[in-house]
Design a protein around this ligand. Structure first.
Ligand code: NAP
Ligand code: GLV
Length: 310
């Protein structure tokens, strides 16, 4: 039985080699050269793969996402009925996202947008000193990524809050959950960091209502999915000064069209969905372990909960 690998052509060989380095006995077929559909037992896929296509494989036992997010796999028509989906929880993914969040929290906390503007204009002006202990940071999503980022920020001395679906106790982090918790946390968040999965409940969550609850002059940092943010509402909040700056790694659609106002906005800092990039050699042991589990009939690691949507 074989593993179907489907990702960008440029990285396909690197992924194949990383999987084979862990288990040289694997037979790996590179999409679209799937060969006999009956020979495919597992599919390792990324965002572009069409879930309808996976219905061609009668002996498929497992679908594995090459990333942490699975919104691309769950959107209609979704995975073939009865086939489990596993996502990636990976130390290097988590580390990179923590670094990206820190980079942007510190950028805004240390008034870097203002100092860069002053440099452009050759202005020598000291701004008021920022006080770490007074800069409250609210994190939407206290999962693998959110909990790690919260720990890093706590380590620097920021007061950190986190919002999750279910009540959660993370040491040193003030926890909130549910709709009331969201409003309460937003009202105290001088910086709002989004690290949520994209689900029907979280789509468009960073909208005019939520932005309006933030303290005036707050910052928004989105490392999750572009569709969490209502772009027009964020732009209006930036224009009106309710939001003082935004760091965005993810967009809807991607790539962001060249005419989109974010590109040229002086208070928006963009990265091209590069906050945290899966490194095949780091992810491969977990992917192979899940392929072995599927063969044994065991539940995969990091199984996606279809009901919750992540
Ligand atoms: P995770 O471990 O599944 O954590 C998700 C968190 O969000 C959990 O705390 C969960 O609450 C919370 N949540 C989910 N739905 C919610 C709701 N309706 N209301 C309140 N809280 C809710 O996910 P992760 O590994 O941290 O990854 C998060 C997302 O980051 C991924 O889904 C992906 O979209 C994105 N990501 C982006 C990049 C990038 O490069 N930009 C890289 C990797 C991942 P519970 O704790 O109660 O379950
Ligand atoms: C990247 O966006 C991921 O979900 O891993």
């Amino acid at each position: 039985m074989a593993v179907l690998l489907s990702t960008k052509a440029a990285t396909m060989a690197m992924w194949r080699d990383a999987l084979l380095a862990v288990d040289p006995t694997l037979e790996i077929r590179l999409f679209p050269d799937a060969g006999d559909p009956a020979g495919i037992e597992a599919a390792v896929v990324w965002t572009a793969h069409d879930m309808a296509e996976l219905r061609r494989y009668p002996n498929l036992r497992l679908i594995v996402s090459m990333g942490a997010g699975v919104d691309h796999l769950l959107r209609p028509p979704g995975p073939p009925p009865g086939i489990p989906v596993a996502r990636l929880v990976d130390r290097m993914l988590t580390t990179q996202m923590g670094e990206w969040v820190l980079l942007n929290v510190l950028r805004f906390h240390r008034q870097d947008l203002d100092y860069r503007a002053q440099q452009r204009d050759r202005v020598w002006l000291e701004l008021p000193a920022p006080v770490t202990a007074e800069r409250r940071i609210g994190i939407l999503g206290l999962g693998e990524l959110g909990t790690h980022a919260a720990g890093l920020l706590r380590g620097l001395g920021f007061p950190v809050m986190g919002w999750s679906r279910r009540p959660k106790d993370v040491p040193g982090v003030q926890g909130f959950h549910g709709p009331d918790g969201l409003a309460a946390m937003a009202a105290r968040s001088d910086m709002l960091v989004c690290l949520l999965p994209l689900t029907p409940e979280t789509r468009g969550i960073v909208d005019a209502k939520l932005l309006g609850l933030l303290p005036r002059g707050a910052f928004v940092i989105n490392g999750a999915r572009g569709a969490h943010v209502v772009d027009a509402d964020l732009l209006a909040a930036l224009e009106g000064g309710q939001v003082a700056g935004a760091a965005l790694d993810v967009f809807d659609p991607e790539p962001l069209p060249a005419a989109h106002p974010f590109w040229a906005h002086l208070r928006v800092v963009m990265t091209p969905h590069a906050a945290s990039i899966t490194i095949p050699a780091s992810a491969a042991p977990q992917l192979v372990e899940n392929i072995h589990r599927a063969r044994r009939g065991d539940a995969p690691l990091n199984l996606v909960d279809f009901g919750a949507g992540y």
